[in-house]
Ligand binder design. Structure first.
Ligand code: NAD
Ligand code: ZN
Length: 267
């Protein structure tokens, strides 16, 4: 472990364009369950997974009913109340690497907005964010508080409408079966093609198309791919990653940052 942390720090210091990919695992230490880890939502409740796949269809068929339902019972959301969750040392470590000029971009699958709360600047939220809303027609995003959703509900004016194109507005989080918004899909693809180091943190890398990003980077033999994860993943098993540092992101990422500082001092 000590050795691979040192190796990761040296690889990061030597990189020209490092990016990070993150998944639900980086947020479990903030009290948000993942889907497929040992205490994951799907692992414990397979029926919830089957239900989740129907969500997008339900929204398209009845956007007003969908909005009324989530405003009436917000805690019924799959991940609970994410508004109160706070970033953990793993999120802050990535921000430190960005401030040092080493990490150029974070691409996250998480919808919990914890990278943003921690201060990440160049951030692509591949599956959207609970802090935002998005127009399904023109793709424009809004902060959640730009709309008085309770008032719209009281006045029977749901679903919210886009001020620009009058399209229907939904939460920004991407539903199962919903296409990835084209802007983040395109920018993430570009980053995966541009990077020379990819640091993959807390993702089982089985949700597509996100899981293509490491494979896109791997097509160039010069790219170093490092995983920090509690367990080996398909990326480990298929040899997509060069090495795995096995353990908790909240413990390992800060240790990598300390080591990066040490390497930089002695260089
Ligand atoms: P996943 O649940 O499929 O996999 C999480 C991985 O992280 C597992 O391999 C697990 O062993 C590992 N892990 C758990 N805790 C860890 C820790 N502290 N340190 C290191 N590794 C840890 O998650 P995924 O690959 O992100 O895919 C799930 C999908 O569900 C994503 O697309 C995401 O959008 C969504 N999701 C988001 C959240 C969130 O926003 N926090 C939470 C659950 C699911
Ligand atoms: Zn619009």
């Amino acid at each position: 472990m000590e050795q691979s942390i040192g190796r990761a720090a040296r690889d990061l210091v030597g990189s020209k364009y490092a990016i990070a990919l993150t998944g639900a695992g980086i947020s479990t230490e903030s009290g948000i369950p993942d889907f497929r880890g040992p205490s994951g939502i799907w692992t414990k409740n397979p029926e919830a997974e089957r239900r989740a796949y129907r969500g997008y269809q339900e929204f398209l068929e009845d956007p007003k009913g969908w909005w009324v339902a989530i405003l009436t019972n917000p805690s019924a959301s799959l991940l609970g109340d994410l508004g109160k969750a706070m970033p953990n040392p793993g999120h802050y470590a990535l921000v430190e690497l960005e401030k040092m000029g080493i990490l150029k971009c974070v691409i996250t699958q998480n919808v919990d907005a914890l990278h943003e709360k921690a201060g990440a600047k160049n951030l692509l939220e591949y599956h959207g964010s609970v802090a935002k809303l998005r127009c399904v027609s023109c793709g424009l995003r809004f902060r959640r508080n730009e709309f008085d959703l309770e008032k719209l509900k009281r006045e029977n004016k749901l679903p919210p409408r886009c001020p620009k194109c009058r399209g229907i507005i939904k939460t920004d989080g991407v539903f199962f079966g919903e296409p990835i918004p084209s802007d983040v899909a395109y920018q993430s693809f570009e980053e995966a093609q541009k990077c020379d180091l990819m640091l993959i943190c807390g993702t089982s890398a089985v949700v597509y198309p996100f899981a293509e990003l490491p494979r896109i980077a791997k097509q160039r033999s010069t790219v170093t791919i490092i995983e920090v994860n509690a367990d080996p993943t398909p990326l480990t098993e298929e040899g997509v990653s060069d090495y795995l540092i096995q353990g908790k992101t909240g413990e390992i990422l800060p240790r990598i940052v300390d080591e990066v500082k040490r390497v930089r001092k002695t260089d």
